[in-house]
Design a protein around this ligand. Structure first.
Ligand SMILES: NC(=O)c1ccc[n+]([C@@H]2O[C@H](COP(=O)([O-])OP(=O)(O)OC[C@H]3O[C@@H](n4cnc5c(N)ncnc54)[C@H](OP(=O)(O)O)[C@@H]3O)[C@@H](O)[C@H]2O)c1
Length: 381
């Protein structure tokens, strides 16, 4: 029986993790669950999965949760200390890091520092502080298992091969719902339209990041740290069918790809049960029915957010944290109808142009650079 602490259990990834847990009750049990503000759903999850600990964002939400789950022996915690405690629970075998955005960084670090293995969905942790996160994982002999479908695919394509034979990694991208739109059309797109992803069902931030291709840029940075591969050996390809989740090219010209239907339960289950594969009841893609799979290079003119992310990756230091935080603020402003979709890259670019990166940053430098980026992005908005 594997015991899981799920950080962000009320989100899209968190809910999918619990669907997998529900299917295999003899394999998984729950040590901790955490939400941000959705106490109603968290209360339902607590009643169903009886964790030791449940965490919410603040004291008021904690009071509301306690009322909803009276009669249980679940300890209710709140705020950053609560998330840290849930991440560091010694009774957990694996921490699923699925909080969205920069809020996931400190809990992810807390899990690693406590010596807990991590199934990582929160890509922003690696984008902001990849060197520190991977360094701490190495020191504590902790596994970081990818949940992102592309990184899970690469992880699977690398297995059983010699690292010195690797030529490059190819990250595929669906291209999002506006692949065929002109840049001028982007400012007329509403958040409601942008939230309809053609192939994946995900939380709001990553759905917008997928539409701007910022998500693919963040994934390049994530892959660089996760697999210790230089940026110039990571290629991005648009693949609208989202069936090939990513590929690895070896020096003899062989390409190994991982294919599957676009359903997050597959990479989640692989991270939860690695190296075993679970019978999820998901069919393989019907290649005959699909008929053809298409690939093309992304057009940098259409996707300036991807260009910015690649630039931040190249600069390194605190720049990726600034990119990530400025993007988070800009995406939030778009979702709240304060700016158009086409303004997101402008905000990020303005913030990046004002930042003086700190070399060999400590966690405190990264957190202050991110806080500065959020304030500066807000001014720009
Ligand atoms: N969704 C996907 O298919 C997918 C695929 C690959 C990678 N990822 C990555 O996985 C992470 C989660 O994505 P998602 O799509 O599941 O996001 P989501 O649906 O928006 O869920 C985010 C979760 O984080 C919680 N949360 C939000 N702000 C918080 C804060 N300040 N402190 C603590 N908890 C907070 C939310 O709680 P409440 O809802 O209760 O407020 C929710 O549980 C992201 O980093 C994303 O890039 C997602």
């Amino acid at each position: 029986m594997k015991r899981l602490s799920i950080l962000g259990s009320t989100g899209s990834i968190g809910r999918n993790v619990l669907r997998v847990v529900d299917r295999f009750p003899e394999r998984f049990s729950i040590a901790a669950l955490s939400a941000g503000r959705n106490v109603r759903l968290l209360a339902e999850q607590v009643m169903r999965f009886t964790p030791e600990v449940a965490v919410v964002l603040d004291e008021d939400l904690a009071r509301r949760l306690k009322k909803m789950i009276t009669g249980t022996r679940v300890e209710v915690l709140h705020g950053l200390d609560g998330y840290r405690a849930a991440a560091a629970l010694t009774s957990a075998d694996l921490v699923v890091s699925a909080i969205v955005g920069s809020a996931g960084l400190i809990p992810t670090m807390a899990a690693i520092e406590a010596g807990n293995h991590v199934a990582l969905a929160n890509k922003e942790s690696l984008v902001m502080a990849g060197e520190l996160v991977m360094g701490a994982a190495e020191k504590k002999v902790v596994s970081i298992l990818p949940v992102d479908s592309e990184h899970s695919a690469i992880f699977q394509c690398l297995a059983g091969h010699r690292r010195q034979d690797l030529d490059r990694i190819i990250l595929t991208a669906s291209g999002g719902p506006f692949l065929e739109k002109s840049p001028d059309d982007l400012d007329r797109i509403t958040p409601e339209e942008a939230l309809c992803h053609p192939t994946w069902e995900m939380g709001p931030k990553i759905t917008i990041d997928s539409a701007t291709l910022m998500n693919k840029g963040l994934e390049v940075i994530e892959a660089k740290w996760l697999f210790d591969v230089p940026q110039d050996r990571i290629q991005v390809m648009i693949h609208p069918e989202s069936v090939v989740h990513s590929m690895v090219v070896y020096k003899d010209g062989s390409v190994i790809a991982q294919l599957g239907l676009p359903d997050m339960r597959a990479p989640i289950a692989y991270a939860l049960s690695y190296p075993e594969r679970l019978s999820l009841g998901l069919p393989p893609p019907d290649l005959i029915d699909l008929g053809s799979l298409t690939f093309r290079e992304p057009d940098p003119g259409r996707f300036p957010c991807l260009t910015l992310a690649l630039e931040a990756c190249k600069i390194g230091m605190t720049m990726p944290a600034v990119l990530s935080a400025a993007n988070e603020t800009a995406v939030d402003a778009f979702l709240n109808h304060r700016i158009g979709l086409g303004r997101i890259n402008e905000v990020v670019q303005q913030v990046m142009s004002k930042h003086k990166p700190v070399s060999v940053p400590k966690l405190s430098d990264i957190l202050s650079a991110a806080a500065w980026a959020r304030r500066t992005a807000e001014e720009s908005i």
